[in-house]
Design a protein around this ligand. Structure first.
Ligand code: 3H9
Length: 716
């Protein structure tokens, strides 16, 4: 037996403990250790029953995800090697009770289901989250789960990947008992009781009751499939998961297992799975900041303050309140404050109505928000987030006031989406405490938080911001200070190309639908309408220097604004909208304007294929991403991917723009960018990094590895 798995005894009960921190993944050595422990317990005549438990903070969180890359790259044989362990557990003649705390996820839940009985603490979570990695359960999960919880529940769990609580698991017979007190003694007592009853242990694979009504189960699966079709656009794994559960309904256990293995391998070797595994590790990688020691002290954030109760300020305030942090909210006038509070209340009320929040939770969250018109109580705040109008003079005024109104140790964060954080910091006496916290709208929903490092931002302020992002339920990504930082700077070129394509002949719907068909949540023109076309218009007027001299610029957006067509808020923009509706409707008036602008500018219009739309917009994004990387504005290519997936609706199954670029091949992209430069002008100048990687036949993932960053496997 290995150190990873131990067998101890407690008066006739063998206790098998898994010790593979941090999450007891089924890494090589763990399954073998469990087999050896079961064999030893079987041989030991003083043992009547067995408890399987996880050491540390959790039961098993799944197979070791790092192993998948080794399999797909051919470094390892095509099997994660869990079946012998599952058979050893299920075939053990002595009853095996699985004791669950923390998470029993993926291979962890599959291990639990191969045991004869399951008990769990009330806080335990059980789930088959494999689809979030682009795969399906591959160790019998799709076969044993329906036998315990029924086909419909199994399909729902396997296709959505969402975990369930211990109470839900008990209700669906996935566990046998909830242990209210200490888990191990409770599980040992349970095992003793079962062993005392005698008789052969109950094997999950032999259960038949839940699968007896085949027609009813098939009908239930059709319903789940339909529901998933609406949610899982473009994804492969959720449907394969349902197919595998269907095999449990139709086939004997061993044949169902074979079908599951086939479907699992199909998913594992897919581009989608490689991309989603890259995203899993990427989300954890971005939390690691080169040069920032792991033990950098963080500043406790017990109370926050937000300046500005507009859409962004309100969303940020809700984010803090949702995370249990009391928050002072300041506005300049009672009217604006009331309007902001009303919006938040309506927002919460809508969540209550949808059943996402209880009335009590809503009241608790609202009670954490302390509205004010003055800075009087700002001394209490450990952090202040400024969310006033995007204008440098105003931001400087607010920061100068905050410098006086807050404790000298308080962090001052700006929610600016474009402005120079160093200029803002310079008006305070504590530039080392100033940082950018760029939330994405709606701030209480979107997961991304760009954390903008000023040249003097202190390490403790950066470390605190990264930890705070996690507390707030966000993915924090550290970025450098430049116009638009990472996300918006890249978005600029993407939007620009979308508009050029209109002038060259594509319709508004053609541009958007080419990109939604690619998997992007919302097309660039619909996004413009949602955000408000006047935002960009104002920026272009205020910062004429941002429009490069002599370069081609989009012609139509300003004209739309001059006509008062600001997008959704005015009922017209690139599209038109019915009163009170957000549904995009084609608008001949906008199309006519586009044609007119193109004609006047002498642009010959032509048919444009969806592939060209995807290339032009995405390669602009990627080329700018490469420039951002070479300038060090983003730490790694994976940071850009995580930004785009969590803030801009880029599909996780494409891995983010830089990962997607790797799958296309940087040589091809570099050639296309060079061709676009010749054809369309200087704004297509290829990034030096793109040229270098394209010429050497390497990838952005290689670039990350060169920098000593990425733990993800890269393409294989
Ligand atoms: C599977 O089981 C397939 C089966 O059907 C079998 C097929 C044959 N493997 O997230 P955290 C690392 S597929 C390897 O920050 P938290 C993670 O990278 C698997 N490593 O902690 C991080 O490393 P680092 C199905 C893993 O407390 C560290 O552990 N299971 C794994 O916020 C801490 O993680 C899943 O998809 C793993 N399975 O959240 C569950 N899990 O410190 C995936 C974690 O170097 N895991 N690591 O950055 C999770 O959802 C969360 O980690 C969990 C804890 C909720 C468990």
């Amino acid at each position: 037996m290995s150190e990873l798995v131990t067998l101890t005894k407690d008066h006739g009960i063998g206790i098998i403990t898994i010790n593979n921190p941090p999450v007891n993944a089924l890494s090589p050595g763990v399954p073998e250790g469990i087999i050896a422990a079961v064999e030893n317990a079987q041989k030991d005549s003083s043992i009547q029953g067995i408890v399987l438990i996880g050491g540390g903070r959790t039961f098993i969180a799944g197979a070791d995800i790092k192993e998948f890359g080794k399999i797909t790259s051919g470094q390892k044989k095509r099997d994660v090697g869990l079946q012998p362990m599952l058979e050893a557990l299920e075939d053990c003649p002595k009853p095996v009770v699985c004791a669950i705390h923390g998470t029993a996820f993926g291979g962890g839940l599959e291990t639990a289901m191969a045991c004869h009985y399951r008990v769990a603490v009330p806080s335990a979570q059980l789930g088959q989250p494999e689809v979030k990695l682009g795969i399906i359960p591959g160790a019998g999960g799709t076969q044993r789960l329906p036998r315990l919880a029924g086909a419909a529940k199994a399909a729902q769990m396997c296709a959505t990947g969402e975990p369930i609580s211990a109470a839900d698991a008990l209700q669906h017979s996935l566990i046998d008992k909830i242990i209210e007190g200490e888990l191990l003694p409770g599980a040992v007592a349970f095992a003793r009781e079962i062993a005392g009853k005698g008789g052969p242990p109950r094997k999950t694979r032999e259960l038949t009751a839940q699968l007896s009504d085949r027609q009813a189960n098939l009908a239930a699966l059709a319903t789940v499939r339909e529901a998933v079709r609406k949610r899982a656009r473009g994804l492969m794994a959720p449907f394969k998961a349902i197919d595998a559960v269907e095999a449990a309904v139709m086939l004997p256990f061993t044949e169902g297992l074979k079908k599951e293995a086939e479907l699992f391998n199909e998913c594992l070797f897919s581009e989608q799975s490689k991309a989603q595994i890259h995203v899993f590790f990427g989300e954890r990688e971005v939390a690691k900041i080169p040069g920032l020691p792991k033990d950098t002290p963080t500043i406790p954030i017990k109370k926050a303050a937000v300046v500005g109760a507009g859409t962004m300020g309100g969303g940020i305030t809700m984010t803090y309140a949702n995370a249990g942090i009391p928050v002072i909210l300041k506005e300049a006038s009672q009217e604006l404050l009331d309007r902001g509070l009303e919006r938040m209340k309506n927002n919460y009320a809508a969540s209550v109505q949808k059943g996402r929040l209880t009335r009590q939770e809503m009241d608790q969250r609202l009670a954490r928000i302390q509205p004010t018109l003055t800075y009087e109580r700002f001394q209490e705040a450990d952090i202040v987030v400024e969310a006033v109008f995007e204008e440098m003079a105003l931001k400087k005024k607010v920061f100068a006031e905050l410098d006086k109104a807050t404790r000298p140790d308080a962090i001052l964060a700006s929610n600016t989406s474009t402005l120079d954080i160093d200029q803002i910091a310079a008006v305070t006496s504590r530039p080392q405490r100033v940082i950018g916290h760029h939330f994405f709208s709606p701030a209480n929903v979107m997961r991304l938080l760009e954390i903008v490092r000023g040249k003097e931002s202190g390490n403790d302020v950066i470390a605190t911001s990264m930890a705070l992002a996690k507390t707030l339920g966000k993915v924090g990504v550290l970025v450098g200070n430049c116009y638009g930082f990472v996300g918006n700077r890249m978005f600029h070129g993407y939007q620009r190309e979308a508009q050029f394509l209109l002038e060259e002949g594509a319709s508004v719907e053609q541009v958007d639908s080419a990109l939604t068909a690619f998997g992007i949540a919302m097309g660039p023109l619909a996004v413009g309408d949602l955000a408000g076309l006047d935002v960009g218009w104002r920026i272009r007027k205020e910062h004429p220097h941002l429009t490069p001299k002599g370069e081609r610029v989009p012609l139509v957006a300003d004209r739309l604004c001059e006509m008062g067509r600001f997008g959704q808020k005015t009922g017209r923009g690139w599209y038109r909208y019915e009163e009170g509706s957000r549904t995009v409707l084609p608008d001949p008036e906008a199309e006519q304007l586009i044609e007119e602008c193109a004609r006047k500018a002498g642009i010959a219009r032509r048919r444009i294929a969806p592939d060209e739309i995807v290339e032009r917009t995405l390669y602009a994004l990627i080329n700018e991403g490469a420039k951002i990387l070479e300038e060090g504005i983003a730490l790694r290519a994976v940071d850009i991917d995580i930004i785009y997936i969590n803030g801009y609706g880029f599909p996780a199954y494409r891995g983010g723009p830089m990962w997607y670029a790797d799958t296309v091949g940087l040589k091809k992209i570099e050639e296309r960018v060079c061709a676009f430069e010749k054809q369309h002008g200087a704004h297509w100048k290829p990034a030096a990094l793109l040229k270098r990687l394209g010429k050497t036949g390497t990838t952005f993932a290689d670039f990350d590895r060169e920098k000593g960053g990425s733990t993800s496997q890269g393409l294989s």
